[in-house]
Ligand binder design. Structure first.
Ligand code: DX5
Length: 229
């Protein structure tokens, strides 16, 4: 069994005080922090670029994760800027997630993320079958199964994604791969996180489900408790 990891998304944070937020998230005991990069093209929302991620680095030591909900990956400098911004406090590889749907050269992009010193990972939108990434499963450290349509926080979890999570878990076991399964979208400290954990996920991204609590520590503790039940 792979360790349970609680990963807040910064989407619901107070962006005018992002440094203070990531520091509070670290103190709350989260395992990683996810930055949702959106370009207004791949998803109908626009968030921030690599400078926001890089600016947060000096406020905490917790590992970062960047989900690239963008339509252009083939720009070398763009990829390098995100890999560098996502690296750890001592230059450790940060998780950089490429969407299968946005990459006609997914194999090349994942290889470049690894070459640039990142931890390459791949995300699947709800409609995308696992079949689409089977041929690159040996190149990634994490598979992110979206349990909402990406672009916004606070949406309803899509339970039919459980079959996809099970399919990926069975493939990882069958091929003896060292890959985490992440879920993201509508995850709360309730049946949503339990269902996904029992189906094989071990990394849980929560935005509204984390920030709804009086303190971030309560949110992190509650999510971790229910995920382990
Ligand atoms: C959705 C983002 C998610 C989102 C999760 O496009 O990729 O990370 O912030 O938010 P909740 O947990 O509120 O669904």
């Amino acid at each position: 069994n792979r360790p349970i990891q609680i990963i807040p998304s910064v989407l619901p944070a107070d962006w005018a005080n992002m440094g203070a937020c990531v520091k509070e998230l670290e103190e709350a005991g989260v395992d990683r922090i996810q930055f949702d990069v959106m370009d207004g093209n791949f998803v109908p929302n626009l968030t921030f670029g690599p400078e926001m991620i890089a600016a947060c680095r000096k406020y905490c030591n917790v590992p970062f994760e960047t989900q690239l909900m963008v339509s252009q990956y083939n720009c070398e400098t763009m990829l390098e800027s995100y890999v560098n911004a996502t690296k750890g406090a001592n230059g450790e590889p940060g998780v950089v997630i490429a969407h299968a749907e946005a990459n006609i050269h997914l194999h090349r992009v994942l290889g470049r993320i690894r070459d640039l010193g990142g931890s390459p990972s791949v995300a699947l939108n709800p409609h995308t079958p696992f079949e689409m990434i089977k041929n690159i499963m040996d190149m990634v450290d994490h598979v992110l199964v979206m349990t909402v349509n990406p672009g916004f926080g606070g949406q309803a979890y899509i339970p039919t994604m459980l079959n996809k999570i099970r399919e990926i878990r069975n493939f990882i076991i069958e091929k003896n791969l060292n890959v985490d399964i992440e879920v993201d979208g509508g995850i709360k400290a309730n049946w949503t996180i339990s269902q996904c954990a029992h189906a094989g996920a071990n990394c849980f991204i929560a935005g509204s489900g984390m920030f709804a609590y009086p303190t971030l520590k309560e949110g992190c503790d509650d999510l971790r408790k229910v995920a382990q039940e």
